[in-house]
Design a protein around this ligand. Structure first.
Ligand code: NA7
Length: 552
């Protein structure tokens, strides 16, 4: 992203504007990059082992994804009572969520509460972006350079940089010359953005787009939605939580959480059965209707073969296309909004009133699936030589997912090997946690782990606990260095790729595959085997004396 656009995006959280911390930092046991949910819990665990830990965080607050994604309507698509830490029962008992799905400000408040409650801030340096990390083989230490004069060295380097934290700014000519305001949903300023009496263009109809569109539509004079690919959107049916259900969940937290860990996505969804094709049309429609009325991502779990059989998949796709026809008044608009690709292949979106928004007189849907945007003019967006004049452009164009934040840092391992170069044909990891050639280096929810296909916070906890147990093991035996072997990494990649090939999810263009970023190698990045199998594999590695790792 050019500095011009950075400035135009108007975020007040850019590194250059953040004050430099006063003290120089030197040597610690562990450096953690990122103070989101992964970084904070990692700090907590390692501090409890007696290690000195330093988190380096580019923003000026905790929260990671939820710090940067402040756009109107930003909300988690996992239910709040389960999108939260479980490592501390006191914490989960005392915190009060207010809605079924938490809004961004509430999640950020929770993140801040955790930071205060566990006294984490004293080991976090804000406003500091990591520029490079270099392994020094002789000294067996990582050297970390930052955007400030302060540098740091550490035995362990842990990347808690998030899966969706490197915004994807589309390479459309003229973007820099646009005379109005440009915002990216993933770099939203913390001041109120006023859309009243404004004409607004929004690019992108993924999870962020479908959340922000209904909100901007309420205020804007005119909203043009530029849609390249129509997405499947299920209703959230968000509502305030009632005290009875909260008390029930709190009284049964450990039981419910344990059950969730036995499901594919680490969520509490029950499956409707093995195959959508094994039941009658009536029964299937009833199942889909119940899930539609329930709201949320449980729709994905309706039948186990939805991501395996194209015929089964089509039954779910058809059901949602019919719902779109019912919701949208204009038949041509309904047709444009109806996804043509496989159901659930791109991430299923969860929203409130998304399709109905296109019944508003001030909202226009512009199809850019075949004729893409020509350019951004100083006054608007040009498609097929027609200019749509706007005051503001909102880029809901997603992220360079899973690898973007890691590749932005110049990371050098054994023998001066660069992570960027090692991963030039796609990320290669062992368990999504480590990568050969980079000792004492861990990625929390890295590529090759289930991460984004699951409830993120329990997945973060599982990774953090695995890493801290590994560090404890090393300390107890006086070991200084751990690195994944090439054969273990090759085996893991083969296994992960084999599984991905069996799933329909790897067959369409999506950020899971890296296809949203021009030139990015196409490899299905998250581990698709599901939570129980993945956790078992991680535990087996430990039970077999850290099988696949070389320790010295
Ligand atoms: P997504 O899901 O990657 O969506 C980005 C959207 O932007 C998607 O509709 C893209 O179309 C569209 N896009 C990207 N570049 C362009 C250009 N050049 N022209 C037009 N449209 C474009 O990102 P989100 O932020 O919505 O969600 C990311 C994840 O965050 C989400 O899955 C949840 O896990 C939370 P495309 O589909 O590529 O044709």
């Amino acid at each position: 992203m050019s500095n011009d656009i950075r400035r135009t995006l108007g975020t007040s959280k850019m590194v250059s504007q953040i004050s430099t911390p006063p003290n120089s930092i030197n040597d610690v046991d562990t450096v953690i990059v990122g103070a989101g949910f992964a970084g904070m819990y990692m700090l907590y665990r390692l501090r409890n082992l007696g290690l000195t830990v330093q988190i380096l965080e580019a923003g000026d607050g905790v929260g990671g994804t939820w710090y940067w994604n402040r756009y109107p309507g930003a909300r988690c698509d996992t239910e709040s009572m389960f999108y939260s830490y479980q490592f501390s029962n006191d914490l989960q008992q005392e915190w009060e969520w207010t809605e079924r799905y938490p809004r961004q400000p509430e999640i950020l408040k929770y993140a801040n509460h955790v930071a205060d409650r566990f006294d984490l801030r004293r080991d976090i340096i804000f406003g500091t972006r990591v520029i490079s990390a270099k392994w020094h083989e002789k000294k067996q230490i990582w050297y970390i350079k930052t955007s400030t004069p302060n540098h740091i060295s550490a035995q362990f380097c842990i990347m808690a940089t998030g899966c969706l934290s490197s915004p994807n700014i589309p390479d459309i000519s003229g973007l820099n010359e646009f005379e109005g305001d440009i915002f990216h949903t993933g770099l939203w300023p913390d001041q109120h953005v006023n859309f009243a009496n404004k004409s607004v263009a929004i690019l992108g109809t993924g999870s962020s787009g479908i959340q922000v569109i209904p909100e901007i539509a309420k205020d804007a004079k005119r909203l043009y939605v530029f849609q390249r690919t129509a997405n499947y959107v299920v209703p959230a049916h968000n509502r305030p939580l009632n005290s009875k259900e909260v008390s029930y969940i709190k009284a049964n937290y450990s039981k419910i959480r344990a059950k969730a860990k036995q499901t594919y996505s680490g969520n509490i969804f029950e499956t409707g059965g093995p195959s959508a094709l094994a039941v009658s049309n009536e029964e299937r429609s009833r199942e889909y209707e119940e899930r539609w009325q329930m709201g949320g991502l449980c729709f994905m779990a309706a039948y186990e073969d939805l991501q395996v059989s194209p015929e089964a998949n089509e039954t779910a796709a058809k059901f949602i296309r019919n719902k779109i026809k019912e919701a949208v008044n204009d038949i041509n608009v309904a047709e444009l909004l109806s996804p043509k690709n496989l159901f659930g292949c791109k991430r299923l979106c969860v929203a409130s009133g998304y399709y109905e928004t296109f019944n508003r007189k001030n909202v226009n849907l512009i199809d850019v699936s075949e004729k893409s945007i020509d350019c951004i003019t100083p006054n608007g967006v040009s498609v097929d030589s027609k200019e749509f004049k706007v005051d503001t452009i909102v880029l809901a164009t997603g992220f360079d997912a899973m690898t973007g934040a890691l590749k932005k840092i110049d990371i050098t391992g054994i023998g001066n090997i660069k992570l960027k170069e090692k991963w030039q044909d796609g990320p290669r990891t062992y368990l999504g946690l480590t990568t050969t050639g980079f000792p004492n280096f861990f990625t929390i929810t890295g590529p090759g782990s289930p991460s984004v296909l699951t409830n993120m916070i329990p997945s973060v906890e599982q990774h953090v606990e695995w890493v801290s147990e590994c560090v404890r093991f090393m300390m107890s035996r006086g070991l200084k260095k751990i690195v994944a072997s090439s054969s273990a990494e090759n085996g893991w990649m083969e296994h992960a790729n084999d599984l991905a090939e069996k799933s329909l999810r790897s067959t369409c263009l999506s950020w899971y595959l890296g296809s949203n970023v021009p030139g990015k190698p196409r490899i299905f990045m998250p581990y698709i085997g599901g939570v129980p199998i993945y956790v078992e594999k991680c535990e087996n590695v430990v039970a077999n004396g850290y099988f696949g790792f070389e320790m010295s």
